[in-house]
Write a protein that binds this ligand. Structure first.
Ligand code: ATP
Length: 231
């Protein structure tokens, strides 16, 4: 479904991603893990056309390297960015409807489908974006992505800054979404990400440090922990 071949991202003299090979097959949820500054966000930005990259990005067999972010989104490769980017002055419902613009006529999830998946949003339907908690904003960002008719979701740190109980709610929703759509999720929360994903890749200083099934990566926890600077 998504295949990166020798992907490189440079910012001037900073080499953020070096020769990364990665694939996500149809029906898979895959984690991209690693510490701060490892190159995870740069990888997602390169896939979405937000930063220039070398190497190739194939989506559903088509070479999308160097395509614009809007072209890539129109193909159904939809990015839920770090920081959520909910429109602060629009209500929850209006934020969800904004997903239809990116859908550009393709059939996505309806707003009602989103409320069924994320019932916590039902009583917040008319609340403005600025008045939402971080977890509520994350749910709106995911819901808006679903309305935009995705064929695959790219998620950047969906657990960032959220309380554990909220992280669990977000990941429960992602588990239901992943039965329907392939997902590539960037995370520092390895436990939640590996609970969701069948496989993962670990980046360290822009290079692939490890890859394997979730069980293999969990078994190599101490190695992983050293990359993540924990324990
Ligand atoms: P985080 O979890 O902190 O977001 P990350 O793994 O996503 O980390 P990136 O944000 O991709 O890592 O950063 C990789 C490297 O590229 C870091 O050294 C970072 O300082 C650098 N970098 C990221 N964005 C830019 C930019 N716009 N200009 C210059 N350097 C950048």
């Amino acid at each position: 479904m998504l295949e990166l071949n020798r992907l490189c991202v440079d910012y001037g003299t900073t080499r953020a991603v070096r020769e990364l090979d990665l694939r996500v097959d149809a029906g898979e949820a895959v984690a991209l893990l690693g510490p701060n500054g490892a190159g995870k966000t740069s990888t997602l930005h390169a896939v979405s056309g937000l930063v220039p990259a070398r190497g190739t990005v194939l989506f559903d067999g088509a070479d999308i390297t160097g395509h614009s972010p809007s072209e890539i989104a129109r193909r159904g490769l939809v990015h839920v960015p770090e920081g959520r980017r909910v429109f602060p002055s629009l209500s929850v419902h209006e934020n969800l409807r904004m997903g239809r613009i990116a859908a550009s006529g393709r059939r996505g999830w309806t707003e009602d489908d989103v409320y069924a998946l994320l019932p916590a949003l039902v009583p917040l339907r008319d609340r403005a974006g600025y008045a939402l908690s971080g977890g509520e904003q994350q749910m709106v960002a995911i819901g808006r992505a679903l309305v935009s008719a995705p064929r695959m979701l790219l998620l950047d740190e969906p657990s960032l800054g959220l309380a554990p109980v909220v992280v669990r709610a977000v990941y429960d929703a992602l588990a239901r979404i992943a039965t329907d759509l392939p997902v590539l999720v960037v995370e520092q929360n390895t436990v939640e990400a590996l609970r969701l994903c069948g496989r993962g890749y670990v980046l360290a200083a822009g290079r692939l440090a490890l890859s394997g099934t979730a069980d293999e990566l969990a078994d190599r926890d101490s190695l992983l922990a050293s990359f993540l600077g924990k324990r």
